[in-house]
Design a protein around this ligand. Structure first.
Ligand code: PDD
Length: 286
């Protein structure tokens, strides 16, 4: 079955769909995106993803490509046309197509929008062998809170991780603190069992999974402290884990080949992973 994507107003066979070569997303990475999880045909935390998308657009002064309710409809329709009941829905919006010029188009152009769907199999239980991460200097721009399609430093970091046999790269800022991963938020558990993750700000993406896990962890009685943590603290942590739409919660068992804890997924990570799976399945409110 051919994949179908919504491209600037019509549903098209994905491999034949095209956007103009002067689309500002293609030329200048002048655009934003969202990735939302889909389980049993439901789009999880959809409102939060659409709120973050609206924020990204507002911060870049890109007009919403369509009203929110229409976009919701298009996302559901794209999932249905691709028969995706478990997976992700991807939304991308750019400032649109205009003769190449760094400044915004003088004559307003229509923002471009693409929606696609992809099948994924979600985990059914907290089973997780744990993953390894590497650290890499955070060479990104100063507005990582915007979910921009300008992902070159993230792509290079992820590739570096893969070449090192690791799952993810965590960015380290000039002051020695960890900001986040190439496509994940970063957490540790200290010796007292407290969860530590960086507070929201321009250095990190406000992860939807981060917010969900934070709320569920607090509701489950864990103490969560939102503050930056250093690589040194990370290496001495009892546990470390990452969160994202597609990873949910995954335990980090080694950093730069140095073990975290006893090199096995810890109980906090496993508990939160299960809560996250239950939330996706609609059994637990965040
Ligand atoms: N990545 N930090 C970065 C830099 C990210 O790109 C992502 C998400 C996250 C986690 O956010 P969320 O919990 O909302 O998925 C944190 C997506 C999934 C991606 O690029 O595919």
């Amino acid at each position: 079955m051919s994949r179908i994507a919504f491209v600037n107003g019509t549903y098209q066979v994905q491999r034949r769909a095209a956007v103009g070569i002067e689309d500002r997303g293609y030329q200048l990475a002048d655009g934003i995106y969202e990735v939302a999880p889909v389980m049993d045909g439901r789009i999880i935390d959809f409102a939060a993803h659409l709120d973050r998308m609206a924020y990204s657009l507002r911060e870049l002064r890109i007009q919403p490509p369509m009203p929110r309710s229409a976009l919701e409809f298009v996302c559901r329709e794209t999932l249905a046309r691709n028969r995706v009941r478990d997976g992700v829905v991807y939304i991308q919006a750019t400032r649109g197509e205009a003769p190449r010029d760094h400044g915004f188009p003088k004559v307003p152009v229509k923002p471009a929008v693409v929606v696609s769907a992809k099948h994924l199999s979600w985990p059914s239980n907290a089973e997780d062998k744990g993953i390894e991460v590497i650290t890499t200097p955070d060479i990104r721009w100063g507005r990582c809170d915007i979910k921009s399609i300008g992902l070159l430093p993230n792509a290079l970091a992820k590739q570096k991780a893969r070449e090192a046999g690791a799952f993810e790269a965590w960015f380290v800022r000039g002051d020695g603190t960890v900001s986040e991963g190439a496509s994940t938020n970063a957490w540790i558990v200290d010796g007292e069992g407290r969860l530590i993750t960086r507070p929201l700000g321009p250095e990190i993406l406000p992860g939807i999974t981060r917010a969900t896990v934070l709320a569920m962890a607090r509701a489950a009685g864990f103490q969560v402290i939102e503050r930056p943590f250093s690589v040194e603290e990370l290496l001495g942590a009892r546990e470390a884990f990452l969160t994202s739409t597609t990873s949910l919660v995954r335990s980090v068992v080694a950093v730069d080949q140095r073990p975290i804890g006893n090199r096995y997924p810890g109980s906090v990570g496993r508990t939160l992973r299960q809560l996250c799976i239950d939330h996706y399945r609609g059994r637990v409110d965040a």
